[in-house]
Design a protein around this ligand. Sequence first.
Ligand code: FAD
Length: 490
Amino acid sequence: MSEEFDATYDIVVVGAGASGLSCAVQAAKDGLTCAIIEKEPQTGGSSAFAEGHAAFESDEQIKRGINVTKEQAFNTYLDYSHWRADPPLVSRFVENAATTIVKMRDEVGAVYEDVTVTALDQPGELTTWHLPEGEVARLIELLEADARRRGVDVFLSTAATRILTDDTGTVTGLVAKDADGQEVRLGAKAVVIGTGGFAANPEMLDKYTKYGIGDKMINVGGQGNTGDGINMVLAAGGTEHNSIGTLLLFPLMRDKTITSHTNCTGMQPYFWVNTEGRRFTDEVVGMSFGNAGDVVATLPGACYWCIIDQATIRHLVEDGNEIGLGIYVRNNEKMVNLPTEIEADAADESRTNVVKGETIEELGRNMGVDPAVLRAEVDAYNQLCAAGVDTKFHKPSKFLFSVAEGPFFAIKMETGIMISMGALKIDEHMRCLDADGQPVPGLYSVGCDAGGLFGESYALPIPGSANGFALTSGWLAADDIAEAIHAGAL
Ligand SMILES: Cc1cc2nc3c(=O)[nH]c(=O)nc-3n(C[C@H](O)[C@H](O)[C@H](O)COP(=O)(O)OP(=O)(O)OC[C@H]3O[C@@H](n4cnc5c(N)ncnc54)[C@H](O)[C@@H]3O)c2cc1C
């Protein structure tokens, strides 16, 4: 052991979410010594909330008769990002994602229950969402156990604070703070950064996006995802990818869980108005929660109201919703909790994001909008519903539910955030690149910290992309580091 360090390893991985754990397990399989450090008391990060991951031409797809080719996936990533994604990186992910499924199933113990889409009516969505039993939270448990079994040192409640380099700029290790506030210095031939982006850091959200609502965004992912790894890499010579600031947003009620039926109702493509009481979009955007998130974030107050009447409530209870929310509320699920839940929400004086009105005018007053404006908007919308054609925003007629039978409810949807993506410039070997496009020797980035798969928005038409990339980039980085070490390049 070097005198300078408390311990030395071939690889030190920062962040024990899907990307970091996948990397650590593979490093051990490749015969490397490895430590993984996690600042929270438990592993998982935002990955612990994910349901499934993307792969292309996997045996789980093939045995279910699902045909999603690598070519389709590659082209979709490039088209969807307006070619801001990096073709070599996209290609490496697309080519290797099916192997991730085999690894997770045959080596780690995942059992795949289904491969599906997130939204039944989202045009062009590819069937790539591989859902493991117990969701990704179970997979995280399996990966952590596998890493420990294979001899990886797992440090919890230990936050990396600085990457160490020598005078040639080559990475030599890192500094971290353990649970007692003591400094720990770990030596490494390679440091892999997988700290999951900056969804939990309002200042970075404001710095890297134009929304200006960092403190208003409701983060439902890992609380530890404060962009630490990104800042450490930038300080160590890495650079930003052009897609830094790409976020996965979605409409969400404040102070509600994502399993709530009132919250899910607020996402339905019914009748939405802004804070002035005016309809502003084709509500079918709600069929892609990522697109709907991009819409809500740019509205005044970063919110909208979804208004429903009694007939719509009966439809939701008896026939089911139009769109669910991942596995948390299933597509077409009968919203049986809704009548009781929404009444309680409206009666709860501490809550201002669900209001009720016997009339549209009363509803408008309770929402804080001009009742005359709301009345006129409702009348105009009801005429479109009666005609069965939305001549204003061209919403498909099957979603034209009138707002006629009181009492009425309005649900205020704000801007939820799941993850940030695409911060650091890397190459297809997951090596962090400097301003000249050259690798910073020994420095790698994986998962949500790494840029190159997305453009300005999350590629929801390929569901499971973030988690699929996290798992795949993790093990690919380990393999490439092993090769570089064996070749004497690290
Ligand atoms: C509700 C929800 C549902 C989702 N569903 C899906 C889905 O179905 N499919 C999909 O593809 N994606 C989904 N995602 C996104 C997905 O979870 C992530 O994109 C992906 O799994 C991130 O993996 P990661 O390893 O990059 O980051 P994370 O899993 O967030 O791991 C990063 C870890 O790094 C740790 N860390 C941070 N700073 C430090 C530091 N200084 N030192 C040490 N450790 C540090 C964090 O605490 C965290 O544990 C969902 C996200 C949410 C919030």
